[in-house]
Each structure stands twice: as structure tokens, then as C-alpha cells.
Design a protein around this ligand. Structure first.
Ligand code: 1GP
Length: 248
């Protein structure tokens, strides 16, 4: 439980954390390891490696290994499918896409991937992955029965069920590159009842938005597209300062 303990300790000490998502296929010119290094330097608390596209496992394994060498913060797999389970990382968001209509994404992919998680010695972080909104890649690929942005009560129902099933992480996901981020009202409603570690991502690209999300009760926010598109690390550093100042 090394990574899970680290996250809780960091959360208590620093306020809301920033996780930077790196997709080995999509980084704008810069190598994944130099992006990870910059992210760490500017205050990120963990690197997530994943993507919903069909990343090949060899590239993925190489990316994990180069990032592991470059940073001290935990490297956590964020797989979009069984192919996202590779050796060398510290932990894995072992996720069930709770509001999918396809049982493959709720329990079958998990069963197929579990033996590799064990074999590679990855620390599983039991995560309820809940998709909000529509039109994103994850919404399409995951056969999602979506939760509209303005229905916080539905997100609460899923988060509660996750808690009752023993999942210690909830990830409210608007989707990579989403036009709109998950709204503060929904985050606050989930925060009120969910006792575990709350991750929020999708469409966050400014300190102002990050602040709202943190204020509403996120334990960690995830930023991917902004960095992939070459966004400045000065902004990342501002985001970290902002979210850490919100709640202690
Ligand atoms: C996607 O929540 C993450 O899975 C990050 O979203 O790429 O929009 O930052 P963005």
C-alpha cells in the first residue's frame, strides 16, 4: 500500500494534488520522460500513464521505464484496456467503468488484466471510474450510459455504490480534452458522501478552473491535454500553487 499511503499523506500535507497524465503516443515533440520531469519539478504529485487509444504494449513499457528513471514521484498506470497493464510502474488505477453499458468495461477487462497486475507486482488502487458528459473518446469507446453535467444526484448514486462495494478511489471523468470540466456542484455533492480519495479530470486547463474543482472537494485533479498540446509549465506551477492553497 505504498502508493496509496503516499497519496493520503501528500493530500493531508499539501491540499489538493495534481496528477499529470502522459500518453506515450501524443506528447508534443518532447519525450515522455522530460515531460514527467518538468511535471515533477513544477509540483505534480504523481504521473499517470495511459490513454484510451490502443497504445502498443512495447512502447508503453518503454515509456514507463524511462519515466520511472526520470522522477521520484509515483508512476501510476491508467489503462484504457487490458493492453494498458505493463510492468515497471508503482501502481495502477484498477478501475471499473461503473456507468458503462458493456460488462466488458465493468468486470471482464478487469478479470483479464488481474493476473498481469499480480505478476508485475503493481499496487492496485481500487477505483470507480465514472464518466460525465458525452462526445469524448472515453464516452464512445466505453459504451457509456452517461451522466449529464447537470445531474449531480446520479454521480452521487454511483459514488456511493462504489463506496459500499469497497472501492477507495472515485474518478469523476469528463473525458480527455472535454469542452467542459466536471462542475463544482457535482464534485461537492459527491464529496459530501464519498469518504475515499476523489479524483477529478477532463477539460481542466486553467488555474481558475482548477481552483473551483479543488474548492468543491477534489483530492486530486488530473491534467493531460493541456500539457500534450505544449501548454506552459509556468501555468502548471500556478495551478499547483492555487489548488494547494484552497484546502488544507
Ligand atoms: C483524461 O481526466 C484526464 O482521462 C485528463 O483530461 O486531457 O482534458 O486534461 P484532459
Amino acid at each position: 500500500e505504498k502508493t496509496e499511503n503516499y497519496l493520503h499523506t501528500a493530500r493531508k500535507k499539501n491540499g489538493t494534488l495534481l496528477f499529470v497524465l502522459i500518453d506515450s503516443e501524443n506528447s508534443a515533440g518532447q519525450s515522455a520522460s522530460s515531460l514527467a520531469k518538468e511535471a515533477e519539478k513544477n509540483g505534480a504529485s504523481a504521473i499517470l500513464i495511459g490513454g484510451s487509444s490502443a497504445t502498443d504494449q512495447l512502447t508503453m513499457t518503454e515509456t514507463v521505464s524511462s519515466i520511472k528513471k526520470a522522477v521520484k514521484i509515483p508512476v501510476i498506470l491508467f489503462p484504457g484496456n487490458v493492453t494498458g497493464v505493463v510492468p515497471g510502474a508503482d501502481a495502477i488505477l484498477f478501475s471499473s467503468l461503473l456507468n458503462s453499458d458493456n460488462p466488458y468495461f465493468i468486470s471482464q477487462a478487469q478479470a483479464l488484466g488481474a493476473p498481469s497486475v499480480l505478476r508485475f507486482g503493481l499496487e492496485p488502487l481500487p477505483t470507480a471510474y465514472i464518466i460525465i458528459g458525452e462526445g469524448t473518446t472515453v464516452w464512445h469507446v466505453g459504451s457509456v450510459r452517461t451522466i449529464p453535467f447537470d445531474k449531480p444526484g446520479l454521480a452521487v448514486m454511483y459514488a456511493l455504490s462504489a463506496q459500499f462495494m469497497g472501492m477507495r478511489f472515485v474518478y469523476l471523468e469528463a473525458g480527455s480534452g472535454a469542452k467542459s470540466n466536471v462542475q463544482p456542484e457535482m464534485i461537492a455533492a459527491v464529496r459530501k458522501l464519498f469518504k475515499g480519495f476523489l479524483i477529478v479530470g477532463g477539460g481542466i486547463r486553467s488555474p481558475e478552473t482548477a481552483k473551483e474543482v479543488a474548492k468543491a472537494g477534489a483530492d486530486a485533479i488530473v491534467i493531460g491535454t493541456f500539457i500534450e498540446k505544449g501548454g506552459s509549465f509556468k501555468t502548471i506551477s500556478d495551478i499547483v500553487k492555487t489548488i494547494q492553497s484552497v484546502r488544507k
